[in-house]
Design a protein around this ligand. Structure first.
Ligand code: CP
Length: 315
């Protein structure tokens, strides 16, 4: 089993069957987590370099754990104490890492397209861990894995993505992936945070969650990205929270089994109340666990010839 791609740059570039292959492959990897020894030899001898130009807790840690659980060697490049601060370009840094024979470079960068640029420059497999406002493919995949696990399907579900759609790479990866798997995707937020072009991505646009919440099977609540809000796109955080923040009151008419997702990190009390974040409907912590399984599946499938499926499950 393998993906017929050198890199994972975005869900826009994967077919429905490739996404399904990743989600299927992640399942046996998740079972490994229940073992005393959470490790298989699948990627022994491979090297995974983590190159993060932006902060991360979940993505960086779970890629590192995913690689380690597959027995790969991992190296973290702390960009703030690397030659990047001396002015080394992204391409030169990537070529330097390639010269050290990295099999994978997992990159997060604040520039949309950064992963594409180095994918076209180096022979290592590039995995996009979030590029600017473009895509965060493994977040989209882990969200879909969690929905499959909880709902048993994606096709035909009504799924709302709520909040700052404009700045959100998570929203774009979710929209590409969910549409390919047959969900009905709704985006909800203030008009200043929903780009007009989003309609071309085959989504329904709404500005009031209470009008549609009764129909939703899943709501995926996005973080307000204070670091990317260069203009005053809404009056105050309190006002945003009042109108778009998800709390029990706004979920009054929701289905009993509505699934609540959030990619993290959460701004509790702004886009999501603690009551909702910690409710029985929330799968936010499970999303984090599932992120490791999905990232193991991605590394495994990109690596290709690793000896067949039996190596996934036999230590
Ligand atoms: N969801 C997500 O990307 O979280 P981190 O920024 O902590 O990696």
């Amino acid at each position: 089993m393998k993906l017929e791609h050198k890199d994972l740059l975005g869900l826009e570039y994967l077919s429905k069957s490739e996404i399904e292959l990743i989600l299927r492959t992640a399942k046996p990897f998740k079972e490994i987590f229940t073992r005393t020894v959470k490790k298989v030899p699948t990627l022994r001898g491979k090297t995974v370099v983590l190159l993060f130009y932006e902060p991360s807790t979940r993505t960086r840690t779970s890629f590192e754990l995913a690689a380690k659980r597959l027995s790969a060697d991992t190296v973290n490049i702390a960009v703030s104490s690397s030659a990047v601060v001396k002015g080394e370009s992204l391409i030169d840094t990537a070529k330097t890492v390639e010269a050290m024979k990295a099999d994978f470079i997992v990159i997060r960068h604040n520039m949309s397209g950064a992963a594409h640029i180095i994918a076209n420059t180096v022979s290592s497999s590039i995995v996009n861990a979030g590029d600017g406002m473009h895509e965060h493919p493994t977040q989209g995949l882990l969200d879909m894995f969690t929905i499959m696990e909880k709902k048993g399907k994606i096709k035909g579900l009504n799924i709302a993505i709520i909040g700052d759609i404009m700045h959100s790479r998570v929203a774009r990866s979710n929209i590409w992936g969910l549409n390919k798997l047959g969900a009905n995707v709704f985006v909800v937020g203030p008009s200043t945070l929903i780009p007009k072009e989003i309609k071309k991505m085959d989504v329904e646009v709404h500005h009031n969650i209470t009008e549609i919440v009764h129909k939703m099977d899943v709501i995926n609540i996005l973080r307000i990205q204070k670091e990317r809000l260069e203009q005053n796109l809404f009056p105050t955080l309190e006002e945003y929270s009042e109108v778009f923040g998800i709390n029990s009151q706004k979920l009054k008419k929701a289905k009993d089994d509505i699934l609540i997702l959030h990619p993290g990190p959460m701004n509790r009390g702004i886009e999501i109340s603690s009551e909702v974040a910690d409710s029985k409907n929330s799968a936010i912590t499970e999303q984090v666990t599932n992120g490791i399984a999905v990232r193991m599946a991605v590394l495994y499938l990109l690596a290709g010839d690793t000896g067949g499926k039996s190596e996934i499950i036999n230590p």
